[in-house]
Design a protein around this ligand. Structure first.
Ligand SMILES: Cc1cc2nc3c(=O)[nH]c(=O)nc-3n(C[C@H](O)[C@H](O)[C@H](O)COP(=O)(O)OP(=O)(O)OC[C@H]3O[C@@H](n4cnc5c(N)ncnc54)[C@H](O)[C@@H]3O)c2cc1C
Length: 473
């Protein structure tokens, strides 16, 4: 139970950010780790609550046994703590870096919650350093062959569990490297790419095969006993303005992919913000990643446009603990912009009215307009508020509207109105031998939710292959 009075004695201390100006010079990890003693104190803040909301539906979607491993960590039993963590968390080295930590906001310490994410990261990295993480080779093979299409967190979590259950698993990925948005989406400074490679090598050693540069086709169904589609929710929301085809207008993931490819190849990426006036449309996390990346590439200026009003500083009525607080957050990219430009890059209640281009169809400027919330909740333009912004790189980070058409057509599937492949019975089963999981099934969400959903699909497929589920073949 940690230390009885730990939460009174020790203040919450997170892994510190590197100084903003310093970290802007590279794409290395944003944070530095704290020493073991500090981590133990932090674990000691966990109170063995009667009802640990951190592992409830409000908290961790993986239902991690948080109080148990915090207690073991506090007692100095790091290996046992890690074992307890790994019972439910397939890849703590990913969630320990990128999870928004729903568990910490659902913690009974409320806004002062235990630093579960940093503790989790400490445990897994200690495990790798001390050699406790070794390939787990399944003792028995079932002879069943399963293809997992897509190697994002959902696909990787499903492949990992199916392999541990003894099935022969091939992950099919159209990109040149596995990881989905972990690899090409989330920037290197949030999740260094060697961390993904380390996990993939481990999975390969455990028996999972990876087929890269391959877009899956229905032929895969003939060769397998089950196929799990984890293709993500990759269709980006566009802007309804002219000149969207202009040079210098890009969707966020395309830009972030090119940036990561540049970091990996140590070369200037195919698309760079260097010396440019950058405007990011979308005030969310993806937009923030674009801001941080553009600043590292040496942009001349960066502005982030957000349609919605600025969020409140404190929890609004109707959003009580242990719910996720819908409050104003200033993320790393925005902090960096403040440090460099002297002001928050976010401009609220504003959108793009038109894109100006030159004779070569290259973007040169944007016209923006202020928006106002109407009584029906719609945001409408305010007359007379047009403004011109210089812009030679426009990045659209306005969210995702579901599964890509191409995949649906290829596998003769239809998505619901929100672009999701979410079966009506709440299962992962689609048709024939096909199943789905992750953002493709649920819509764009979080890494931890994709992991949980991938594991849940793996358990369902396992039961189905053993004849314990009713669906037709
Ligand atoms: C820029 C950005 C930053 C984010 N940051 C965070 C964060 O910090 N924390 C967090 O929790 N969440 C974050 N998210 C959300 C998170 O990354 C996603 O919710 C998660 O990756 C979804 O996992 P997935 O496995 O369902 O799909 P994806 O990660 O989208 O993976 C799908 C994979 O399927 C492959 N694929 C698609 N079709 C085919 C095909 N026909 N054949 C073969 N392969 C195919 C794709 O190439 C891709 O690799 C972020 C999202 C974005 C866009």
């Amino acid at each position: 139970m940690g230390k009885t009075t730990g939460f009174l004695e020790y203040p919450r201390t997170e892994n510190p950010y590197r100084d903003a100006r310093e970290r802007l010079r590279d794409f290395d990890d944003l944070h530095t780790a704290q020493p073991a003693d500090a981590r133990r104190c932090q674990a000691g803040r966990c109170m063995d609550c009667g009802v640990p909301f951190c592992q409830s539906d409000f908290g961790c979607p993986l239902h991690n046994l948080i109080p148990e491993w915090n207690d073991l960590l506090y007692q100095g039993q790091e290996k046992e703590a890690l074992e307890r963590l790994l019972l439910t968390a397939p890849f703590p080295e990913f969630t320990g870096r990128v999870c928004p930590a729903l568990c910490e906001k659902a913690c009974n310490l409320a806004d002062d919650g235990v630093t579960n994410r940093d503790n989790e990261l400490y445990l897994i990295e200690t495990g790798f350093t001390k050699g406790w993480i070794q390939p787990r080779i399944p003792a028995v093979r079932t002879g069943k062959r399963i293809a997992v299409v897509g190697s994002g967190p959902a696909g990787l979590a499903a492949a990992d569990l199916l392999n541990q259950l003894g099935h022969t698993v091939t992950v099919i990925e159209r990109a040149d490297r596995p990881g989905g948005l972990l690899m090409y989406g989330i920037p290197n400074m949030k999740l260094p790419k060697e961390i993904i490679a380390r996990r993939i090598h481990l999975m390969e050693a455990e028996g999972v095969s990876f087929l890269l540069n391959t877009a899956a086709t229905p032929d895969v169904l003939d060769a397998c006993d089950a196929v799990l589609l984890c293709c993500g929710s990759r269709k980006p929301r566009s802007l309804q303005v002219e000149n969207m085809d202009a040079h210098g207008v890009l969707f966020a993931v395309d830009y972030l992919t090119a940036a990561t490819q540049g970091v990996l190849s140590q070369a200037t990426p195919a698309i760079t913000a260097q010396g440019k006036h950058v405007v990011v449309v979308g005030g969310g996390d993806t937009g923030n990643d674009c801001v941080g990346t553009a600043l590292r590439q040496g942009c001349q200026s960066v502005v982030q446009l957000e349609m919605m009003p600025k969020a409140p500083e404190k929890r609004p009525a109707g959003n009580p603990w242990p719910q996720w607080p819908r409050i104003l957050r200033t993320d790393y990219g925005q902090m960096e912009a403040i440090s460099l430009q002297g002001s928050d890059p976010r401009v609220y209640e504003t959108t793009v009215k038109s894109i100006r281009v030159n004779a070569e169809n290259r973007i040169t400027a944007l016209e923006t307009v202020r928006l106002q919330k109407q009584s029906d909740g719609k945001m409408t333009p305010v007359p007379g508020t047009k403004q011109t912004l210089p812009c030679d790189l426009l990045l659209i980070a306005a969210g995702f509207i579901g599964c890509e058409e191409e995949t649906l057509v290829r596998f003769s599937l239809s998505a619901d109105a929100r672009g999701r492949l979410l079966p009506k019975d709440g299962s992962h089963y689609l048709a024939g031998k096909l199943f789905s999981a992750g953002d493709m099934r649920n819509g764009q969400s979080l890494v931890v939710r994709a992991l949980a959903d991938g594991r849940s699909a793996a358990k369902e497929i396992h039961d189905w292959l053993r004849g314990m589920k009713p669906w037709p073949i």
